[in-house]
Design a protein around this ligand. Structure first.
Ligand code: G4P
Length: 527
């Protein structure tokens, strides 16, 4: 098969949601449809239910499960679908943001009762930065929640994206009768707690058909007719181009736990979602049908087996064909590498792959060669760009409690930073190690892993900083002036870039006002 056919077959996406909206449940139902799993309950939720940060076992479990569910692939209607898992816990948000650089589209799950929640807003910001196409699934229609029009308005206002319902719910909670698929003119009738995956479908080309009143009752039929008319009046007809450019999100309604509305979602997804897209590099755009292989690492996972210090680097293939035991160039290290055991992920099973195509994600076993953002290529030298590192919001100074283990500590810290667990800043004088994270939980993870994987005993002292911003300017003298004035608040990141550690948002605003020639960056490229 030619590369082009393989590319067209693939769909690589992520499911994003505020915790508890139903991401795990929906993932599982999609895998059931794809035949990748046979029984419900096979996909373990990887969320940390307790917020007790000292629960190390929970953290370890989280890490273990998230390797198993990092990528779940299945085939459906001739398409090879890769679901990339995105941790819902906000302390792992950075992991999720980076995973979003490796998908071509997303499905956003919203809880019908809660509407748009804080985590959803953050995740959608990342999608909008990249114009990622989004399909919305409004879940838990079997419960009483917000009015459908209100949820749609909330999405438009809070998430800054237009919507176009392609299905419409008939009632909700105990009165939830089903969903009318406006795209296919089909009515699906709801039957709670259905364990199989078939649905009762009735075709309606014309909603004025009196049979509708018989099936769902007069009142519900009247409301459905009115609401569908309103939807068609308020929203422009669905246009696939607007979806693909990230302007308009088609919306579906259902109940994931009851396996309802999931088929409609999957059918539409297969029909409208984009095949693998190219990516930007520092030497121009690379198209998927470029015959030379290229890909980038967006996630690194330490292996759970303490006897093997191996890690798995997750590589998204952007162009060409990846082949096992073939030399490719690791651009940052300027080194040729080949891989004997590249792994693919079919649902929860890992297996060795001989070849992989654009859109696929493979796991590369590695001791310490890879960092997040690394590029592998077959041809020219270039680096993929756009894998962000976000300005951390929690800071603690790392102290070595066992001077005999300094080497282990250095190695451990370097590897954890390569994995993107946190960011480290060095402050002079005295080479103070300041660790910055997006969530408190990361500090527990770092101490635990340094001790158990590297034998280095450390402790943290909290520091009162609000944000770390990278500073750049076209005028070097401005940077010098700023650094002289703020000498106690300047540090360097791992690539020797200067960052300003602002103690409060007020001080950051003041600095931005007083030094207009300096740009204070909230994200940096992971390079
Ligand atoms: P997440 O991955 O987005 O965090 O959510 P998850 O799928 O784990 O779902 C969160 C809770 O919502 C689960 O209940 C799940 O059963 C429930 N849920 C998912 N879809 C629906 C739906 O369509 N309707 C209703 N009523 N509930 C739904 P839980 O009690 O937290 O966990 P569990 O013990 O039932 O698994």
């Amino acid at each position: 098969m030619t590369n082009q056919k393989e590319i067209e077959k693939r769909r690589t996406f992520g499911i994003i949601a505020h915790p508890d909206a139903g991401k795990t449940t929906l993932t599982e139902k999609l895998l059931l449809f794809g035949g990748a799993i046979q029984t419900a309950g096979a996909v373990k939720s990887n969320k940390i239910k307790k917020t007790a940060t000292s629960d190390f076992m929970e953290i370890e479990k989280q890490r273990g499960i998230s390797v198993a569910t990092s990528v779940m692939a299945f085939d459906y209607r001739g398409k090879h679908i890769n679901i990339l898992d995105t941790p819902g816990h906000k302390d792992f948000a950075e992991d999720t943001y980076r995973t979003l650089t490796a998908v071509d589209s997303v499905i956003l799950v919203i809880d019908n009762a809660s509407g748009v929640e804080s985590q959803t807003e953050k995740l959608m910001e990342v999608c909008r930065m990249r114009n990622t196409p989004v399909i919305v699934f409004i879940n838990k229609m079997d419960r009483y929640g917000k009015d459908a029009f209100d949820v749609l308005d909330e999405i438009e206002q809070k998430l800054g994206i237009g919507v176009r319902p392609l299905a419409w719910p008939i009632g909700m909670g105990d009165d939830f009768k089903g969903v009318y698929n406006m795209y296919k003119h089909e009515l699906s009738l709801f039957d709670a707690n259905k364990t199989n995956i078939s649905e009762e479908l009735v075709k309606f080309n014309d909603l004025s058909d009196p049979a509708l009143d018989e099936i769902i009752g007069e009142k519900a039929a009247r409301e459905l007719r009115e609401e569908v008319e309103l939807v068609d009046g308020v929203y422009d007809p669905f246009n696939q181009e607007d979806y693909l450019s990230g302007k308009i999100a088609p919306v579906f309604f259902g109940s994931a736990v009851n396996n309802f509305g999931v088929r409609e979602l999957l059918e539409a997804f297969v029909e409208i979602s984009p095949s693998p897209r190219g990516r930007d590099t520092d030497a121009g755009f690379v198209e998927p049908n470029d015959p030379k292989f290229s890909g980038f690492v967006f996630k690194i996972h330490a292996n759970l087996d303490p006897n093997h210090r191996d890690r798995i680097a997750f590589l998204r293939i952007v162009s060409g064909k990846f082949e096992r035991n073939t030399f490719y160039k690791h651009i940052r290290n300027n080194k040729k590498m080949k891989f004997a055991n590249p792994t693919s992920f079919m649902a929860q099973e890992k297996s060795i792959v001989d070849e992989a195509y654009p859109g696929d994600v493979i796991g590369l076993y590695d001791s310490s060669n890879f960092k997040i953002g690394d590029t592998l290529t077959e041809g020219k030298d270039f680096n993929f760009v756009g894998i962000p590192s976000f300005s951390p919001e929690f800071f603690q100074e790392l102290r070595n409690d066992d001077p005999m283990k300094s080497k282990q500590l250095e190695k451990g810290i370097r590897q954890l930073m390569d994995e993107g667990v946190a960011q480290m800043f060095i402050q002079e004088p005295g080479s103070r190690k300041i660790v910055g994270t997006v969530g408190q939980l990361q500090f527990e993870v770092i101490l635990y892993r340094l001790l158990h994987e590297y034998g280095a005993k450390c402790s943290f002292t909290p520091m009162n900083y609000h944000k770390a911003c990278w500073i750049t300017s076209d005028k070097p003298e401005e940077i010098e002036k700023f650094m002289r004035a703020k000498v106690g608040s300047i540090a360097k990141d791992k690539d020797e870039n200067y960052v300003f550690l602002a103690e409060t948002s007020f001080l950051l605003e003041m600095a931005e006002r007083d030094y207009p020639e300096i740009t204070f960056h909230k994200t940096s490229e992971f390079k």
